[in-house]
Design a protein around this ligand. Structure first.
Ligand code: SAM
Length: 322
């Protein structure tokens, strides 16, 4: 097992199935273009081999399927069916929920029971101006169908000053009533936001401000979270939970166990590093040739992790897999 001097190792893999997305969220896709896949995306078979090799070479236990938008990918069906046979402890999926109702039977059939659905607002006009694609009512319908089917659901919201700060409490109310755990993700300096410090600062809302706002309506206490969790969790006694992924306010690099595989075959050991390591060519090789080479690249990827704090990265989230 590859371990760094801080005791960190890769345990959680995020696979970006495709860079194509049916949204073009303002903070993620600056040019506003939707449904653009990356050139030379890997086949489902190559990605499956990648996951299998990474389980062996890095000790991956848990997988999150993301994108882009994984539910638009033509690879979804065969990737899901294959990956469910690899003996992982947990497989979950992050999606914007636009195609959730349609894909729900497939997800259930392949054993997916945990979903993170991104939803930044319950206001239809604000939804259109942030997501620049999709339809709010369709997402809400998908959420209700997934809930009725017994899916465990977290909702991801990126609070943005001037765009959805007024939605923090309505979304929290909605999630608590429906038994969803709302995760507030502090805006990250990724892609164009890494270059545009003013734009980032103008929109950024930090955890202290969020907690103060939530405290104006609810009493909450800190709750248990796994050591390598990204989110700080809070319980509203008798009502439910919420979490904050506080990249800026309370960085969690010291305990990060995440590894990312892009849709084009690059390994990323850290969101906050521009280093990446190409493994696409290794995935065609037999196991005895691929694994030693992969080990070397995994050591480099682990070495890319920040020691303490996230400082931003040039890569766009939809490429690297959020
Ligand atoms: N399409 C899927 C979705 O919407 O969840 C998966 C990919 S998306 C890139 C994953 C997550 O990254 C979403 O919750 C999105 O809000 C978040 N995200 C993208 N850019 C971000 C940024 N600059 N800061 C914080 N979160 C970001």
């Amino acid at each position: 097992m590859i371990v760094d001097r801080q005791g960190r190792r890769f345990r959680n893999l995020r696979v970006s199935l495709t860079a194509a997305c049916n949204y073009a969220c303002t903070y993620c896709v600056p040019d506003g273009k939707r449904l653009v896949a990356a050139q030379d995306e890997l086949s489902a078979e190559a990605m499956l081999r990648g996951v299998a090799y990474l389980i062996e070479a890095a000790g991956i236990e848990r997988l999150r399927i993301t994108g882009g938008e994984p539910l638009v990918s033509p690879k979804l069906d065969s990737f899901l069916r294959g990956v469910s046979q690899l003996g992982l402890t947990d497989i979950s999926l992050t999606s914007n929920g636009q195609l959730l109702a349609r894909k729900l039977p497939l997800l259930l059939e392949c054993g997916i029971r945990r979903l993170n659905i991104s939803l930044d607002t319950l206001d239809a006009a604000a939804f259109r101006s942030i997501a620049r694609g999709g339809d709010l009512a369709t997402v809400l319908d998908g959420l209700q169908q997934a809930r009725a089917a017994g899916m465990q659901i977290k909702v991801n919201m990126v609070p943005l000053r001037g765009q959805n700060l007024d939605q923090v409490l309505p979304l929290l109310d909605y999630c608590l009533v429906n038994g969803f755990e709302l995760r507030f993700i502090e805006l990250m300096r990724m892609g164009h936001l890494a270059r545009d410090g003013n734009g980032f600062q103008r929109q950024f809302i930090g955890m202290p401000e969020l907690l103060e706002l939530i405290g104006s309506r609810y009493d909450y206490v800190q709750a248990h979270a796994a050591l390598d969790a990204t989110a700080l969790r809070y319980a509203i006694p008798g009502v439910g939970h919420f979490g904050v992924i506080a990249n800026e306010s309370v960085p969690f690099c010291r305990t990060c166990s995440r590894l990312r595989l892009s849709s084009t075959g690059w390994l990323h050991g850290c969101l906050s590093s521009s280093n990446r390591h190409y493994v696409g060519d290794l995935l065609d090789k037999p196991r005895h040739q691929a694994l030693p080479a992969l080990q070397g690249l995994l050591m480099k990827a682990l070495g890319d992790k920040q020691d303490v704090a996230f400082s931003g990265g040039a890569t766009v989230m939809k490429i690297i897999g959020g």
